[in-house]
Design a protein around this ligand. Structure first.
Ligand code: 4NP
Length: 152
């Protein structure tokens, strides 16, 4: 069982999308995973994902409606085997939160995607482009699944 946490800034757009898309595609691939998502910021704690993100995901068959935002905590470095940040700012905030002596892998979600994908997932809260985020999330999820399947 792989325990994986997806992290963005608000936990209402990118990381809940990554959580739901990865969970659905991992299940379809027969991969046992436990997933969650969190934000480095706390503004939206307890809130459902951003409505246009929910709508765009639903058009592709992913249901984000039951998710609720939470803030990343120190304990996430023991509760998860792998933490994936959506952009470099999220990555830096998580490194600042990492408890001393905890080597839990932390990487950029899109680092696993071959080709021309950006390393930083653009933030649709500001760009308004939820479909580009879903394209990148699907590519990132499939790259991660392929890696995990090969590692066993
Ligand atoms: P997310 O997008 O990090 O993909 O969830 C954001 C949502 C809200 C805010 C920033 C980013 N905000 O500042 O409220």
């Amino acid at each position: 069982m792989h325990r994986i946490l997806f992290v963005c800034l608000g936990n209402i757009c990118r990381s809940p999308a990554a959580e739901a898309v990865f969970a659905a595609r991992a299940a379809a691939a027969g991969l046992a995973v436990a997933v969650d998502s969190a934000g480095t910021g706390g503004w939206h704690v307890g809130n459902p994902p951003h409505p246009p993100m929910v709508a765009a995901a639903l058009r592709r068959g992913y249901d984000l409606s039951g998710l609720r935002a939470r803030q990343a905590v120190v304990g996430d470095f023991t509760a998860f085997d792998l933490i994936l940040a959506m952009d470099g700012a999220n990555h830096a905030a998580l490194e600042a939160l990492r408890p001393r002596g905890h080597a839990t892998p932390l990487a950029l979600f899109l680092d696993g995607v071959a080709g021309s994908a950006p390393r930083d997932m653009p933030d649709p809260y500001y760009t308004g482009d939820f479909d580009t985020v879903l394209d990148l999330v699907e590519a990132g999820a499939d790259a991660l699944i392929a890696r995990l399947l090969h590692r066993g």
